[in-house]
Design a protein around this ligand. Structure first.
Ligand code: ADP
Ligand code: MG
Length: 258
């Protein structure tokens, strides 16, 4: 790829994150598994993308590799135009703290810290002061203003996941990856979290990628991509729970159970 120096400052055409020829192998010899097999995918700015596929199809591996939480075997991952493989460990840690938010199924909050301390921890570790106005916006949008002094054990699962969503958004990241963020929640709390993720895209201009098994959850997104056996096999725009379910049933009819 040819590039002219100096690089242009603004690159509006650049997606929030992009994988090209991304492969991830686990193990070696006879037991080697290709968790990802040459995946090409772009996640647009200001877009909410759902990732679906059967258990073991590589969804978590894709999130981890694109968020710089796991190394890749080959191929390229760019977040906001920055090639992750070009970074050393310190730079990668910095990029993760400042440009990438991650929401886990199991919340992953630190039990001894308050909600507010959990939300601002990645920024503090990066040596940055949170932007007060943005932090207020994020905290208000997930409805946590009166819970900021609570520790995780004093919060419900849904409230803990709201803290995790606020933590992911606190740095105003390039992109947020969420791996089955509603998997441990009752349907009402799950719907709340999905609403907050959607609002963060529609109202705050954030970019979100979310793994889910649930066609209703996927219908909150603008686009759904389907993985099978470590490959991207299909995608759907402006999904409804009905069109997602139809697609899953079509895969099943082909013997590719989602
Ligand atoms: P999904 O999230 O879609 O359920 P994963 O990305 O977790 O799928 O896993 C994809 C494949 O990679 C599976 O075959 C899984 O067993 C394998 N895998 C994932 N993580 C590891 C690991 N740390 N070591 C070995 N194999 C792994
Ligand atoms: Mg998974």
């Amino acid at each position: 790829m040819s590039q002219t120096y100096p690089f242009p400052a603004a690159r509006p055409a650049e997606p929030a994150a992009r994988a090209a020829g991304l492969s991830k192998l686990y193990g070696r010899g006879d037991t080697q598994v290709a968790a990802l097999d040459s995946v090409d995918v772009e996640f647009g700015r200001g877009r909410f993308t759902a990732v679906m596929g059967p258990s073991g199809s590589g969804k978590s591996t894709l999130m981890h590799c694109m968020a710089g939480l796991d190394s890749v075997s080959s191929g390229s991952v760019r977040v906001g135009g920055i090639e992750l493989s070009a970074l050393n460990d310190r730079e990668l840690t910095e990029l993760r703290r400042e440009k990438i938010g991650f929401v886990f199924q199991g919340f992953n909050l630190l039990p001894t810290l308050t909600a507010l301390e959990n939300i601002t921890l990645p920024l503090r570790l990066a040596g940055r002061q949170p932007d007060a106005a943005w932090l207020d916006t994020v905290v208000a949008s997930v409805g946590l203003a009166d819970r900021l002094g609570h520790r995780p054990s004093q919060l419900s699962g849904g409230q803990q996941q709201r803290v995790a969503v606020a933590r992911a958004l606190a740095s105003r990241p390039e992109i947020v990856f969420a791996d089955e963020p509603t998997g441990n929640l009752d349907s009402r709390s799950g719907a709340e979290i999905l609403g907050f993720l959607r609002d963060s895209v529609r109202e705050l201009g954030q970019s979100v990628v979310m793994v889910t098994h649930d066609p209703v959850a996927a219908s909150y997104a603008d686009r759904v991509v389907f993985l099978a056996d470590g490959r991207l096999v299909d995608e759907l725009y402006e999904p409804t729970s009905g069109t997602v379910l139809d697609r899953m049933l079509a895969f099943e009819a082909e013997g590719r159970v989602l």
